[in-house]
Design a binder for this molecule. Structure first.
Ligand SMILES: *[C@@H]1O[C@H](CO)[C@@H](O)[C@H](O)[C@H]1NC(C)=O
Ligand SMILES: *[C@@H]1O[C@H](CO)[C@@H](O)[C@H](O)[C@H]1NC(C)=O
Ligand SMILES: *[C@@H]1O[C@H](CO)[C@@H](O)[C@H](O)[C@H]1NC(C)=O
Ligand SMILES: *[C@@H]1O[C@H](CO)[C@@H](O)[C@H](O)[C@H]1NC(C)=O
Ligand SMILES: *[C@@H]1O[C@H](CO)[C@@H](O)[C@H](O)[C@H]1NC(C)=O
Ligand SMILES: *[C@@H]1O[C@H](CO)[C@@H](O)[C@H](O)[C@H]1NC(C)=O
Length: 415
């Protein structure tokens, strides 16, 4: 700690912010020469000398505009400061927070020393693709997380460092995509591209399948008319809400056996191949706000099914569950079917097929006439064990339990 203070005092000479709780201590014995600046202090630091506390002498140098907390000396906070430019980033900084500013350009000059950066948050700025210096991110050979959501990008940033693991690009205007943009990004696990101007022509031939560690891709609120091509085998979470997808090819998921959550609400699906969701890891399936008329095969693993706001007149349980295997029962616990054209509750046969069912949310149904109809029981709760009953009762202050259930499930959708 004393050594840190010593460094802080040196830093003070260079105009950095200092937060030191201990008295400065004279290290004259160890330091017989005054270092030129703190950078060289580190380089001249002799690891063979035994100091009491600091194994990593962390310089407290910080850009003037920013704040580097003494407790997180590797982080630099420059968020919410109306900055128009990225400050110069000191060598030791690993986490850089620049969200909520007015930054338009990403200049190589600011990053010239920033070789240890691991995380950059540049979300909620005004960054334009043509004002990003070519290769500025690619040079950061330790970068694992990059936030660029809520900017003015019209092109997928390229090139990026191959170390990258999480990339956030939602709420931009991306409508261009370099052919090799994804090619080296083998370590990316999370790619968020929601709310852009992507159509399928931009995704074809983009080497998505090279991203062998990709677990989650979000493509919601774009302009896709078909399912995205060439997704990697590793994918578990696929979000395609609010596009214009009208069909799913018969064998689409053959190459995606790990799919756990699939979100396709707000599309134009009228029918889907009967077996299409026969995926042994599928837990959540959201097909709400489409034009489906017919049910489909429900895999054993599925727990949550959303098919609200479709054109379903009757839910054919025999189709969903063609046979019952008492040793391998279905896991379905929740169905949301409001805003369909149901005139009667789902057949009680459902409870043999889906013995774990807890809630069927009927809500309001779209009437055949202009008026909407309501089934006698808008929310069906299965007979519950005393423990389950208590649990439901406890949660009853929150009136609409379907929302609760939905929230409970939606949050785990991971990052
Ligand atoms: C980069 O580091 C060098 C050596 O410490 C220093 O002289 C220079 O001012 C730094 N440049 C920026 C842009 O921070
Ligand atoms: C980055 O900024 C966004 C706000 O735009 C925030 O939600 C997110 O938590 C930030 N990430 C980190 C790692 O600070
Ligand atoms: C990907 O991650 C692994 C494990 O962290 C690492 O060993 C490898 O070097 C990374 N690949 C690239 C291209 O950075
Ligand atoms: C769907 O996306 C469009 C933009 O592509 C947006 O304006 C609209 O609000 C979104 N609708 C929903 C239901 O999210
Ligand atoms: C679902 O897939 C399994 C193999 O993964 C197959 O044995 C089974 O017949 C399929 N079920 C339906 C209804 O297609
Ligand atoms: C449900 O679907 C099966 C198989 O297509 C069909 O034989 C049966 O008549 C349907 N049942 C109802 C009630 O529509």
């Amino acid at each position: 700690m004393e050594f840190l203070c010593q460094l802080s005092i040196i830093s003070l000479l260079f105009g950095a912010m200092v937060f030191c709780q201990h008295e400065g201590y004279d290290f004259e014995d160890e330091y017989d020469q005054e270092p030129d600046d703190e950078y060289s202090t580190i380089l001249h630091f002799n690891p063979s000398v035994e100091y009491v506390v600091p194994h990593f002498p962390t310089p407290t140098k910080c850009a003037q505009e920013c704040f580097c907390p003494p407790t997180f000396p590797l982080s630099m906070y420059c968020d919410h400061r109306k900055l128009k430019m990225i400050p110069n980033i000191p060598f030791h900084i690993q986490q850089l927070y620049l969200q909520h500013n007015d930054i338009e350009a990403v200049t190589a000059q600011s990053f010239i020393n920033a070789t240890t950066l691991r995380e950059i948050n540049l979300s909620h700025n005004k960054i334009k693709s043509h004002l990003i210096d070519h290769g500025v991110f690619a040079k950061l050979s330790n970068l694992v997380q990059l936030h660029l959501e809520h900017n003015k990008l019209d092109e997928f940033p390229f090139p990026l460092p191959t170390t990258l693991e999480r990339l956030f690009l939602s709420f931009n205007e991306i409508s261009r995509f370099h052919k090799n943009a994804l090619r080296g990004l083998v370590n990316v696990t999370m790619l968020d591209l929601c709310n852009n101007y992507l159509d399928e022509s931009l995704l074809i031939g983009r080497y998505f399948s090279n991203m062998k560690n990709l677990m989650q891709i979000n493509l919601c609120n774009n302009r896709l008319q078909t399912m995205p091509p060439d997704l990697p085998f590793s994918l578990m979470y696929l979000s395609l809400e609010n596009n214009s997808i009208s069909y799913i090819p018969e064998n689409y998921f053959n190459r995606l056996p790990k799919i756990t959550a699939l979100r396709l609400s707000h599309n134009n699906l009228q029918e889907v191949p009967y077996n299409i969701f026969n995926l042994s890891n599928l837990v959540e399936l959201n097909l709400g706000h489409n034009k489906l008329k017919q049910a489909f095969y429900i895999p054993r693993s599925l727990q949550h099914l959303y098919i609200e706001d479709n054109d379903i007149e009757s839910v054919n349980i025999t189709l969903m569950c063609p046979y019952i295997d008492p040793k391998n029962v279905n896991h379905l616990t929740y169905i949301r079917v409001d805003q369909n054209k149901l005139t009667a509750p789902i057949s009680t046969y459902a409870f043999f097929c889906f013995p774990h069912i807890r809630i069927i949310y009927y809500g309001e149904q779209k009437g055949t006439i202009s008026q909407s109809t309501q089934l006698r029981t808008p929310v069906f709760h299965r007979f519950l064990t005393p423990e389950e009953y208590d649990e439901v009762e406890d949660g009853h202050e929150r009136e609409d339990s379907h929302e609760r259930e939905r929230d409970d499930y939606f949050h785990p959708y991971f990052y």
